[in-house]
Design a protein around this ligand. Sequence first.
Ligand SMILES: *Cc1c(COP(=O)(O)O)cnc(C)c1O
Length: 387
Amino acid sequence: MDIFETDKKYVAGTYARFPVEIVRGKGSLCYDGAGKEYVDMGAGIAVNIFGFCDEEWIAAVEKQLHAFQHTSNLYYQAPCARLAEELCKRTGMKKVFFSNSGAEANECAIKAARLYAAENKGEEYYNVITLKGSFHGRTLTTLAATGQEVFHKYFQPLTPGFLYAQPNNAESVKKLIDGHKVAAVMLEPVLGEGGVIPLEQSFVKEVFEYASENGVLIIVDEVQTGNGRTGALYGYMNFGVLPDIVTTAKGLGGGLPIGATMLGEKVKNVFSAGMHGSTFGGNPVAAAGALSVINRLNDKFLSEVREKSAYIKTRLDNMKGVKGVTGTGLILGVETDMPAGDAVLKCIEGGALFLTAKNKIRLLPALNISYELIDRALSVLEKVLEG
Ligand SMILES: *Cc1c(COP(=O)(O)O)cnc(C)c1O
């Protein structure tokens, strides 16, 4: 049986895969079984932020693999401690809990917020406000946090205690804070899966202010927008605000699974021993890779991300068949005359891998993608949209 058939027969059918088998990759190029070359504009959904098989990342991971691959959290180990230190120094957060995915990072954030509220306001202050169209993960609690009914169907009852506000409508958030006992508001700086919808400065500012006045914590979900993706180290930094809790995953590991829940001043000591945990969380190999990733996301690199973003936006704005472009940095959504799914399938034939988000084509390329490969991928898209 070929891989398509074996996969269809034995792997649970949770994914509508594109008809491509990737056998190897280098940078922003990858190859299928027949040797066909593709420009990768999705980076494994914002994970491979330095592309495939980046030498510096491999060296960091490999070095750790030869020292020890796992210890359990019963012992101290340097990669985990050093990564936490670096994340705190770069963000203003105070402590970090490590897990293995975005959903787990968000689970921990919700637990931290409820715990803080229980200790400071009362256990009945358990509600968390999220946005309609948001995406926060697939576990039953993060599914409840996800403000999209399509994902909720069939899986009731979900974890109770979630309320949904309209994105970029501060009044709708304030109304929920006024009307309920609320622990936290949880926001993505750019709604990624929800269709690449950026939050507006005035909305973010008003929500942060109102939450702070009312003793409500702010959790920022940077699973997709974090680690340089928006042209800032974390997306919230574009707004000049400081959240109480920041979650991230995807790009942090550069290709290995890791999740991080960063706890700010108010919540840095909510957890005591035994209140939360993860067997694999803070895995030294993943952490060593993540540390090398974070150390490379300096000001110069981030300004290059912003320049690439401006370049791509200009090219897309002038492209026939493009109705509009949204997003910040290298998380971009493109609304086209052609249905996004059809366009992405045709681009695969042309040798470029794009993603979709709702009705848009979504671009999440490696942050170090070259201008040459950007041009190549955009030319494929242009040809497809011209029909
Ligand atoms: C992908 C994503 C998640 C879930 O991450 P997993 O690693 O798949 O659990 C959560 N929040 C946002 C914003 C995401 O983009």
